[in-house]
Ligand binder design. Structure first.
Ligand code: FE2
Ligand code: FE2
Length: 199
């Protein structure tokens, strides 16, 4: 633990090829420490979502809270609740593949089918609007035989597409902090957490 304001040791190199074992051990320690703050950084990013995508009757943060609240009230487990909360996290930074962005954040920590659903929710959501814009609303059918097709269709139908309602009473962000901390305190990439259900 370093006292606030105390400069912390830095590496000796200015090009990675000259780094020593001690340098990389130092960085490895800092990386682990940084990863421990991930839950808090994700929660802060969710608050910043309020700045993105105008035109809906609710903000992006409210949409995220509403999606997660619906998952929670349906009795979904913590992997689903946290995925529902974070599924649009990439709206600000990856507007053309926001689903991949959120899936990448979740992948080391939650079950594989949950990651798959988040990764594909952008395509599956198109079922609700693509035909209004001259597109094919059934594009998702290319995954019709996929074992997790129904999970993704339900994620969108029950939680995502319905969560734009200004009159819905969502749980507040504070109520989800324990869930987010629990998931991101897991050992990353551990099969204990990433194995699909029933596998
Ligand atoms: Fe989305
Ligand atoms: Fe969404």
């Amino acid at each position: 633990m370093t006292a606030p304001g105390t400069p912390r040791p830095v590496v000796s190199f200015t090009a990675m090829e000259h780094g020593t074992r001690a340098d990389y051990q130092l960085l490895d320690g800092y990386e682990r420490e940084h990863a421990e703050g991930l839950a808090d950084r994700l929660l802060a990013s969710l608050v910043r979502l309020d700045d993105s995508l105008v035109g809906y009757q609710v903000t992006r943060l409210e949409h995220s809270l509403q999606t997660a609240t619906r998952a929670r009230r349906d009795g979904a487990d913590v992997d689903w609740v946290v995925a529902a909360l974070l599924h649009d996290l990439g709206d600000g930074l990856a507007p053309f593949n926001h689903d991949e962005f959120a899936a990448a954040v979740l992948r080391p920590y939650v079950r594989e089918e949950v990651v798959w659903v988040v990764r594909h929710h952008g395509l599956f959501q198109r079922y609700y609007f693509a035909h209004h814009l001259g597109g094919d609303r059934d594009e998702r059918d290319r995954f019709a035989d996929h074992p997790w097709f129904d999970l993704c269709a339900r994620f969108c139908a029950d939680w995502d597409q319905s969560s734009f309602d200004p009159d819905y009473s969502s749980d507040d962000l504070e109520s989800f902090t324990g869930d987010v901390r629990q998931v991101f305190a897991r050992e990353p990439w551990s099969a204990d957490f990433t194995q699909p259900a029933n596998s």
